[in-house]
Design a protein. Structure first.
Length: 424
Protein backbone atom coordinates (compact mmCIF):
# COMPACT_ATOMS: atom_id res chain seq x y z
CA UNK A 1 0.00 0.00 0.00
CA UNK A 2 1.37 3.40 -1.02
CA UNK A 3 0.55 6.21 1.42
CA UNK A 4 0.81 9.95 1.02
CA UNK A 5 2.49 10.50 4.37
CA UNK A 6 1.58 14.01 5.54
CA UNK A 7 4.34 16.35 6.67
CA UNK A 8 2.12 17.33 9.60
CA UNK A 9 3.09 14.07 11.28
CA UNK A 10 6.61 15.39 11.84
CA UNK A 11 6.91 16.15 15.55
CA UNK A 12 10.18 18.05 15.46
CA UNK A 13 13.29 18.88 13.48
CA UNK A 14 16.91 18.23 14.35
CA UNK A 15 19.68 20.46 13.10
CA UNK A 16 23.28 19.35 12.62
CA UNK A 17 25.10 22.65 13.07
CA UNK A 18 27.90 24.40 14.94
CA UNK A 19 27.44 25.42 18.61
CA UNK A 20 27.00 28.85 20.24
CA UNK A 21 27.11 30.21 23.81
CA UNK A 22 24.39 31.22 26.30
CA UNK A 23 23.56 34.06 28.72
CA UNK A 24 22.03 34.31 32.19
CA UNK A 25 19.44 36.40 34.11
CA UNK A 26 17.93 36.74 37.61
CA UNK A 27 15.10 35.13 39.63
CA UNK A 28 12.98 36.04 42.67
CA UNK A 29 12.75 34.14 45.96
CA UNK A 30 9.40 33.06 47.44
CA UNK A 31 8.65 31.18 50.66
CA UNK A 32 7.39 27.65 50.25
CA UNK A 33 7.19 24.25 51.91
CA UNK A 34 9.07 21.40 50.28
CA UNK A 35 8.19 17.70 50.49
CA UNK A 36 10.37 14.92 49.13
CA UNK A 37 9.48 11.29 48.53
CA UNK A 38 9.90 8.13 46.50
CA UNK A 39 7.05 6.14 44.91
CA UNK A 40 7.50 2.36 44.68
CA UNK A 41 5.60 -0.81 43.86
CA UNK A 42 4.51 -2.34 47.19
CA UNK A 43 5.13 -5.89 45.92
CA UNK A 44 8.71 -5.65 44.64
CA UNK A 45 9.79 -2.19 45.88
CA UNK A 46 10.70 -1.17 42.33
CA UNK A 47 10.36 2.59 41.65
CA UNK A 48 7.24 3.78 39.84
CA UNK A 49 8.38 6.08 37.05
CA UNK A 50 6.14 9.03 36.07
CA UNK A 51 3.71 8.58 38.98
CA UNK A 52 1.51 11.66 39.30
CA UNK A 53 1.60 13.66 42.56
CA UNK A 54 -1.16 16.25 42.99
CA UNK A 55 -1.94 18.64 45.86
CA UNK A 56 -5.61 17.97 46.61
CA UNK A 57 -7.90 20.93 46.05
CA UNK A 58 -5.47 22.63 43.71
CA UNK A 59 -3.85 22.34 40.29
CA UNK A 60 -0.37 22.07 41.84
CA UNK A 61 1.31 18.84 40.77
CA UNK A 62 4.53 17.15 39.78
CA UNK A 63 5.70 13.74 38.60
CA UNK A 64 8.21 11.16 39.81
CA UNK A 65 11.46 10.73 37.89
CA UNK A 66 13.17 7.62 36.52
CA UNK A 67 14.15 6.60 40.05
CA UNK A 68 10.65 7.14 41.47
CA UNK A 69 11.78 10.27 43.37
CA UNK A 70 9.84 13.52 43.52
CA UNK A 71 9.87 16.92 45.19
CA UNK A 72 6.68 18.94 45.68
CA UNK A 73 6.85 22.62 46.59
CA UNK A 74 3.77 24.23 48.12
CA UNK A 75 3.28 27.93 48.94
CA UNK A 76 3.17 28.42 52.71
CA UNK A 77 -0.11 30.30 52.33
CA UNK A 78 -1.83 27.23 50.87
CA UNK A 79 -4.08 25.57 53.44
CA UNK A 80 -4.32 22.07 51.89
CA UNK A 81 -1.68 19.58 52.98
CA UNK A 82 -2.96 16.38 51.38
CA UNK A 83 -1.55 14.91 48.20
CA UNK A 84 -2.92 12.27 45.84
CA UNK A 85 -0.49 9.83 44.26
CA UNK A 86 -1.77 7.91 41.25
CA UNK A 87 -0.33 5.53 38.70
CA UNK A 88 -2.15 3.51 36.06
CA UNK A 89 -2.56 -0.09 37.21
CA UNK A 90 -2.13 0.79 40.90
CA UNK A 91 -4.49 1.88 43.65
CA UNK A 92 -4.46 5.62 44.30
CA UNK A 93 -3.13 6.74 47.69
CA UNK A 94 -3.91 9.90 49.71
CA UNK A 95 -1.24 11.19 52.11
CA UNK A 96 -1.59 13.89 54.76
CA UNK A 97 1.64 15.91 54.57
CA UNK A 98 1.14 17.37 58.04
CA UNK A 99 2.00 13.95 59.48
CA UNK A 100 4.21 12.72 56.63
CA UNK A 101 7.70 11.48 57.57
CA UNK A 102 9.64 10.92 54.37
CA UNK A 103 12.96 9.87 55.94
CA UNK A 104 13.90 6.57 54.26
CA UNK A 105 10.23 5.68 53.94
CA UNK A 106 9.09 5.21 50.33
CA UNK A 107 5.44 5.63 49.41
CA UNK A 108 4.14 2.21 48.36
CA UNK A 109 1.29 1.77 45.91
CA UNK A 110 -0.63 -1.51 45.68
CA UNK A 111 -1.13 -3.22 42.33
CA UNK A 112 -4.69 -3.18 41.02
CA UNK A 113 -5.90 -6.66 40.09
CA UNK A 114 -8.88 -6.87 37.72
CA UNK A 115 -11.21 -9.84 38.38
CA UNK A 116 -11.21 -12.25 35.42
CA UNK A 117 -15.01 -12.17 35.05
CA UNK A 118 -15.05 -8.38 34.77
CA UNK A 119 -12.19 -8.44 32.29
CA UNK A 120 -13.99 -10.83 29.93
CA UNK A 121 -17.30 -8.96 30.06
CA UNK A 122 -15.75 -5.49 29.49
CA UNK A 123 -13.73 -6.21 26.35
CA UNK A 124 -15.07 -3.96 23.54
CA UNK A 125 -16.12 -5.69 20.32
CA UNK A 126 -14.80 -2.99 17.98
CA UNK A 127 -11.48 -1.69 19.34
CA UNK A 128 -10.76 0.52 16.32
CA UNK A 129 -14.09 2.28 16.78
CA UNK A 130 -13.29 2.84 20.47
CA UNK A 131 -10.01 4.51 19.50
CA UNK A 132 -11.76 6.70 16.92
CA UNK A 133 -14.37 7.84 19.44
CA UNK A 134 -11.67 8.54 22.03
CA UNK A 135 -9.67 10.74 19.66
CA UNK A 136 -12.73 12.87 18.80
CA UNK A 137 -14.11 13.11 22.37
CA UNK A 138 -12.10 16.22 23.29
CA UNK A 139 -15.21 18.40 23.64
CA UNK A 140 -16.71 15.98 26.16
CA UNK A 141 -13.80 14.85 28.34
CA UNK A 142 -11.19 17.63 28.33
CA UNK A 143 -10.89 21.18 29.65
CA UNK A 144 -13.39 23.44 27.82
CA UNK A 145 -11.80 26.77 28.80
CA UNK A 146 -8.74 28.84 28.03
CA UNK A 147 -5.98 28.20 30.57
CA UNK A 148 -2.52 29.40 31.51
CA UNK A 149 -0.45 26.38 32.48
CA UNK A 150 2.87 26.70 34.26
CA UNK A 151 5.25 23.91 33.30
CA UNK A 152 8.76 22.67 33.89
CA UNK A 153 10.76 21.64 30.82
CA UNK A 154 14.05 19.74 30.61
CA UNK A 155 16.08 18.95 27.51
CA UNK A 156 19.28 16.88 27.42
CA UNK A 157 21.72 15.80 24.73
CA UNK A 158 24.08 12.89 25.21
CA UNK A 159 27.03 11.80 23.12
CA UNK A 160 28.01 8.19 23.67
CA UNK A 161 25.93 8.02 26.88
CA UNK A 162 27.56 11.10 28.44
CA UNK A 163 25.59 14.30 29.05
CA UNK A 164 27.02 17.09 26.93
CA UNK A 165 24.15 19.60 26.99
CA UNK A 166 21.38 20.43 29.44
CA UNK A 167 18.61 23.02 29.32
CA UNK A 168 15.89 23.55 31.93
CA UNK A 169 13.07 26.08 31.90
CA UNK A 170 9.93 27.22 33.68
CA UNK A 171 7.36 28.31 31.13
CA UNK A 172 3.77 29.46 30.80
CA UNK A 173 1.65 27.68 28.18
CA UNK A 174 -1.38 29.59 26.92
CA UNK A 175 -3.73 26.69 26.19
CA UNK A 176 -6.91 27.05 24.19
CA UNK A 177 -10.03 24.91 24.74
CA UNK A 178 -9.78 21.35 23.50
CA UNK A 179 -12.89 21.43 21.36
CA UNK A 180 -11.81 24.35 19.18
CA UNK A 181 -8.84 26.45 18.14
CA UNK A 182 -9.82 30.03 18.85
CA UNK A 183 -6.22 31.09 19.39
CA UNK A 184 -2.90 29.51 18.59
CA UNK A 185 -1.28 27.98 21.67
CA UNK A 186 1.89 29.86 22.59
CA UNK A 187 4.66 29.60 25.17
CA UNK A 188 6.27 32.29 27.30
CA UNK A 189 9.58 31.53 29.01
CA UNK A 190 9.83 32.59 32.65
CA UNK A 191 13.22 31.10 33.59
CA UNK A 192 15.99 29.17 31.86
CA UNK A 193 19.31 27.66 32.81
CA UNK A 194 21.56 25.72 30.48
CA UNK A 195 25.08 24.63 29.73
CA UNK A 196 26.99 22.70 27.08
CA UNK A 197 30.25 20.84 27.54
CA UNK A 198 31.98 21.73 24.30
CA UNK A 199 35.00 19.53 25.08
CA UNK A 200 32.83 16.42 24.67
CA UNK A 201 31.29 17.48 21.36
CA UNK A 202 32.55 17.17 17.82
CA UNK A 203 32.71 20.24 15.60
CA UNK A 204 29.26 19.05 14.56
CA UNK A 205 26.50 18.24 17.01
CA UNK A 206 22.81 17.44 16.92
CA UNK A 207 20.49 20.12 18.21
CA UNK A 208 16.80 20.02 19.01
CA UNK A 209 14.68 22.59 17.20
CA UNK A 210 11.37 23.50 18.78
CA UNK A 211 12.22 23.17 22.45
CA UNK A 212 9.08 22.96 24.67
CA UNK A 213 6.82 22.95 21.60
CA UNK A 214 7.95 19.40 20.81
CA UNK A 215 6.58 18.12 24.10
CA UNK A 216 3.49 20.35 23.87
CA UNK A 217 2.58 18.85 20.47
CA UNK A 218 2.53 15.42 22.14
CA UNK A 219 -0.84 16.46 23.56
CA UNK A 220 -2.31 14.09 20.98
CA UNK A 221 -5.92 14.86 21.88
CA UNK A 222 -5.25 18.48 20.98
CA UNK A 223 -2.91 17.69 18.10
CA UNK A 224 -4.02 14.34 16.62
CA UNK A 225 -2.25 15.04 13.32
CA UNK A 226 1.08 14.67 15.10
CA UNK A 227 0.01 11.18 16.16
CA UNK A 228 -2.71 9.29 14.27
CA UNK A 229 -5.01 11.53 12.20
CA UNK A 230 -8.50 10.07 11.94
CA UNK A 231 -8.03 9.33 8.24
CA UNK A 232 -4.96 7.22 9.17
CA UNK A 233 -6.64 5.06 11.82
CA UNK A 234 -7.53 2.39 9.26
CA UNK A 235 -3.82 1.83 8.60
CA UNK A 236 -3.41 0.42 12.13
CA UNK A 237 -4.37 -2.77 13.92
CA UNK A 238 -5.75 -2.32 17.46
CA UNK A 239 -6.40 -4.91 20.16
CA UNK A 240 -7.08 -4.99 23.92
CA UNK A 241 -3.97 -6.27 25.68
CA UNK A 242 -5.39 -6.13 29.22
CA UNK A 243 -7.60 -4.12 31.55
CA UNK A 244 -6.48 -1.94 34.46
CA UNK A 245 -7.63 0.91 36.71
CA UNK A 246 -6.72 4.44 37.74
CA UNK A 247 -8.59 6.50 40.35
CA UNK A 248 -11.19 3.71 40.50
CA UNK A 249 -11.92 4.04 36.79
CA UNK A 250 -11.71 1.00 34.48
CA UNK A 251 -8.96 1.34 31.90
CA UNK A 252 -8.40 -0.54 28.64
CA UNK A 253 -4.76 -1.07 27.73
CA UNK A 254 -4.94 -1.07 23.93
CA UNK A 255 -1.94 -2.02 21.82
CA UNK A 256 -1.57 -0.91 18.22
CA UNK A 257 0.78 -1.24 15.27
CA UNK A 258 0.72 -0.43 11.58
CA UNK A 259 -0.71 -3.03 9.22
CA UNK A 260 1.74 -5.25 7.37
CA UNK A 261 0.92 -3.78 3.95
CA UNK A 262 1.71 -0.22 5.13
CA UNK A 263 5.28 0.72 4.25
CA UNK A 264 5.52 4.18 5.78
CA UNK A 265 7.15 4.83 9.21
CA UNK A 266 4.16 4.89 11.56
CA UNK A 267 3.71 4.48 15.32
CA UNK A 268 3.26 1.44 17.54
CA UNK A 269 2.64 1.19 21.28
CA UNK A 270 -0.07 1.32 23.95
CA UNK A 271 -3.09 3.53 24.65
CA UNK A 272 -4.69 3.71 28.10
CA UNK A 273 -8.37 4.53 27.64
CA UNK A 274 -11.10 5.14 30.22
CA UNK A 275 -13.57 2.53 29.00
CA UNK A 276 -16.63 4.24 30.45
CA UNK A 277 -16.05 7.81 29.28
CA UNK A 278 -13.84 7.02 26.27
CA UNK A 279 -11.09 9.36 27.40
CA UNK A 280 -7.38 8.91 26.71
CA UNK A 281 -5.46 8.86 30.00
CA UNK A 282 -2.01 7.99 28.72
CA UNK A 283 -0.13 6.87 25.61
CA UNK A 284 3.26 5.18 25.39
CA UNK A 285 4.42 4.77 21.81
CA UNK A 286 7.34 4.62 19.37
CA UNK A 287 7.97 5.36 15.73
CA UNK A 288 8.95 2.60 13.33
CA UNK A 289 12.43 3.70 12.23
CA UNK A 290 13.41 0.52 10.37
CA UNK A 291 13.59 2.47 7.09
CA UNK A 292 16.58 4.78 7.62
CA UNK A 293 15.91 7.08 4.69
CA UNK A 294 12.21 7.64 5.30
CA UNK A 295 12.50 8.06 9.07
CA UNK A 296 15.47 10.41 8.73
CA UNK A 297 13.41 12.73 6.54
CA UNK A 298 10.87 13.07 9.36
CA UNK A 299 13.43 14.47 11.79
CA UNK A 300 16.52 15.91 10.12
CA UNK A 301 15.96 19.38 8.71
CA UNK A 302 19.55 20.36 7.96
CA UNK A 303 22.91 18.61 7.85
CA UNK A 304 26.33 18.98 6.20
CA UNK A 305 26.89 17.23 2.89
CA UNK A 306 29.64 15.02 4.26
CA UNK A 307 27.50 13.47 7.02
CA UNK A 308 24.71 10.89 7.15
CA UNK A 309 22.21 11.04 10.03
CA UNK A 310 19.49 8.54 10.85
CA UNK A 311 17.35 7.72 13.91
CA UNK A 312 17.75 4.37 15.67
CA UNK A 313 15.06 4.96 18.30
CA UNK A 314 12.11 7.34 18.68
CA UNK A 315 10.03 6.87 21.85
CA UNK A 316 7.19 9.09 23.10
CA UNK A 317 4.86 9.32 26.09
CA UNK A 318 1.97 11.56 27.11
CA UNK A 319 -0.10 11.54 30.32
CA UNK A 320 -3.34 13.32 31.25
CA UNK A 321 -4.67 14.25 34.70
CA UNK A 322 -8.22 14.82 35.93
CA UNK A 323 -9.66 17.85 37.69
CA UNK A 324 -13.39 18.25 38.43
CA UNK A 325 -14.35 15.58 35.94
CA UNK A 326 -12.27 17.02 33.07
CA UNK A 327 -8.93 15.77 31.78
CA UNK A 328 -5.99 17.92 30.74
CA UNK A 329 -2.48 17.49 29.36
CA UNK A 330 -0.12 16.86 32.28
CA UNK A 331 3.16 15.31 31.14
CA UNK A 332 5.03 14.21 28.02
CA UNK A 333 8.49 13.08 27.05
CA UNK A 334 10.44 11.99 24.01
CA UNK A 335 13.71 10.12 23.53
CA UNK A 336 15.51 10.09 20.19
CA UNK A 337 18.68 8.17 19.41
CA UNK A 338 20.67 8.99 16.29
CA UNK A 339 23.70 7.74 14.43
CA UNK A 340 25.94 10.31 12.74
CA UNK A 341 28.30 8.96 10.09
CA UNK A 342 30.80 11.52 8.85
CA UNK A 343 33.01 10.91 5.81
CA UNK A 344 35.88 12.36 7.82
CA UNK A 345 35.63 9.73 10.58
CA UNK A 346 36.00 5.97 10.64
CA UNK A 347 33.39 5.25 13.32
CA UNK A 348 29.80 6.38 13.79
CA UNK A 349 28.91 8.77 16.61
CA UNK A 350 25.84 8.03 18.73
CA UNK A 351 23.69 10.87 20.04
CA UNK A 352 20.68 10.69 22.34
CA UNK A 353 18.27 13.60 22.67
CA UNK A 354 15.54 13.65 25.27
CA UNK A 355 13.05 16.21 26.53
CA UNK A 356 10.23 16.14 29.05
CA UNK A 357 7.67 18.58 30.37
CA UNK A 358 5.26 18.47 33.32
CA UNK A 359 2.41 20.85 34.15
CA UNK A 360 3.03 22.03 37.71
CA UNK A 361 0.07 24.45 38.06
CA UNK A 362 -2.65 26.06 35.97
CA UNK A 363 -5.46 28.57 36.11
CA UNK A 364 -8.30 29.63 33.85
CA UNK A 365 -7.43 32.43 31.46
CA UNK A 366 -10.80 34.14 31.90
CA UNK A 367 -9.64 37.50 30.50
CA UNK A 368 -7.91 35.86 27.52
CA UNK A 369 -4.62 37.47 28.52
CA UNK A 370 -1.80 36.64 26.11
CA UNK A 371 1.87 37.65 26.17
CA UNK A 372 3.24 40.35 23.92
CA UNK A 373 4.59 39.21 20.57
CA UNK A 374 8.21 39.74 21.65
CA UNK A 375 7.63 37.57 24.76
CA UNK A 376 6.37 34.55 22.79
CA UNK A 377 8.85 31.74 22.30
CA UNK A 378 9.28 30.90 18.62
CA UNK A 379 8.15 27.42 17.61
CA UNK A 380 11.48 26.75 15.85
CA UNK A 381 13.65 27.86 18.78
CA UNK A 382 16.90 26.04 19.53
CA UNK A 383 16.98 26.44 23.29
CA UNK A 384 20.71 25.78 23.66
CA UNK A 385 21.46 28.64 21.24
CA UNK A 386 18.90 31.15 22.50
CA UNK A 387 19.92 34.22 24.49
CA UNK A 388 17.59 33.26 27.32
CA UNK A 389 19.22 32.41 30.65
CA UNK A 390 19.88 33.46 34.24
CA UNK A 391 22.14 33.20 37.29
CA UNK A 392 20.87 32.55 40.82
CA UNK A 393 21.91 29.80 43.24
CA UNK A 394 18.30 29.54 44.45
CA UNK A 395 17.02 29.79 40.91
CA UNK A 396 14.00 27.51 40.98
CA UNK A 397 12.61 28.87 44.25
CA UNK A 398 8.96 27.89 44.58
CA UNK A 399 8.75 26.35 41.10
CA UNK A 400 8.10 22.62 40.95
CA UNK A 401 10.46 20.61 38.77
CA UNK A 402 11.01 17.01 37.78
CA UNK A 403 13.63 15.68 40.15
CA UNK A 404 16.85 15.01 38.20
CA UNK A 405 18.28 11.51 37.90
CA UNK A 406 21.93 10.84 38.68
CA UNK A 407 23.45 11.70 35.29
CA UNK A 408 21.36 14.87 35.01
CA UNK A 409 22.19 15.76 38.62
CA UNK A 410 25.88 15.76 37.68
CA UNK A 411 25.19 18.10 34.77
CA UNK A 412 23.23 20.44 37.06
CA UNK A 413 26.11 20.53 39.54
CA UNK A 414 28.38 21.58 36.71
CA UNK A 415 26.01 24.41 35.77
CA UNK A 416 25.95 25.61 39.38
CA UNK A 417 29.76 25.66 39.52
CA UNK A 418 29.88 27.59 36.26
CA UNK A 419 27.29 30.12 37.46
CA UNK A 420 29.23 30.57 40.68
CA UNK A 421 32.40 31.38 38.74
CA UNK A 422 30.48 33.87 36.59
CA UNK A 423 29.08 35.64 39.68
CA UNK A 424 32.55 35.91 41.23
Amino acid sequence: MKLNFSASLTLLFLLLVNINNAQIENDNKINYLEFNGKVVNSENKEPLVFANINLIGSNVSTISNGDGDFTLKIPKSFSSKKIKISFIGFKTKIIDLSSYDNINKPISLDVFVSPLSETVISIPKNVEQLVRETLINSNKNYLPSHNIMTAFYRETIKRKRRNVSLSEAVIDIYKSPYEKFEKKEVIKVLKVRKDTDYTRLDTLALKLSGGPYNTLFQDIIKYPNYFIPLFYVSNYTFWVHRTSEINKKPVYVIRFRQKEDVNEPLFYGELFIDGKNKALLSANYSLNVSDREKSSKLFVAKKPRHAKVWPTKANFRVDYSERNGKWYYNYSNLTLDFKVNSDKKIFNTTYSLSSEMVITDWKENTNLDYPKRKEILKSNVILTDSKLGFSDKDFWGINNIIEPENTIENAIKKIKRKLKRLKN
